[in-house]
Design a protein around this ligand. Structure first.
Ligand SMILES: [Zn+2]
Length: 181
């Protein structure tokens, strides 16, 4: 009885799912349960490479999150400067509100990096456009810093999008995102 059930069913080495007699690949995770050693090695390689890509993408996401925190700090400092240095309290309040929004986005980045970085990017571009419409000369003020921030956030959006894809792939492979070994 035991011998028959061993021939008939196979427990997946990768995800422990029980597979029927005709399955070459695990029905749950597509591990080649009845495949060659090369096929098994190739499956493991796929899982470890996706984990590595995910790790690299998450490093760039963290870097974009730091850029969002940096912008929050800049709005705060600039707000205090125009408020107490130039008695422009309306601009001060606008900058302090932006500071709070960017702090919230940095926190949200832990749950939804793609949504948070994309929102930070859109708000930042909108600000540049609004300032430009009010005073065209502002476009070129700190233009290099603006370009760097835009590029940094754009890279973060792409990495957050890639990270979502790798997470989905690992989920389909029934593999946890971080190597347990
Ligand atoms: Zn499996």
């Amino acid at each position: 009885m035991d011998a028959v059930s061993q021939d008939t069913f196979a427990v997946c080495e990768h995800c422990n799912a029980i597979n029927g007699p005709l399955n070459k690949y695990c029905s749950q995770c597509s591990y080649p349960i009845r495949g060659s050693d090369e096929e098994k090695a190739s499956f493991r390689l796929t899982v470890s490479s996706r984990r590595r890509f995910l790790g690299d993408a998450m490093d760039k996401v963290k870097s974009a999150r730091n850029a969002i925190l940096g912008l929050a700090a800049l709005f705060f400092i600039f707000g205090l400067f125009v408020g107490f240095g130039m008695d422009d309290f309306a601009t001060m309040i606008a900058n302090l509100i932006l500071c709070v929004i960017y702090l919230v986005l940095a926190v949200w980045c832990n749950q939804n990096p793609f949504g948070a970085i994309l929102t930070a990017f859109i708000i930042y571009l909108t600000l540049i456009v609004v300032n430009m419409l009010i005073d065209p000369a502002t476009l070129f003020q700190g233009i290099i810093i603006k370009v760097v921030i835009i590029a940094w956030l754009a890279k973060g959006i792409r990495s957050a999008h890639e990270a979502k894809g790798y997470l989905k792939e690992l989920e389909n492979l029934r593999a946890v995102p971080v190597d347990a070994d």
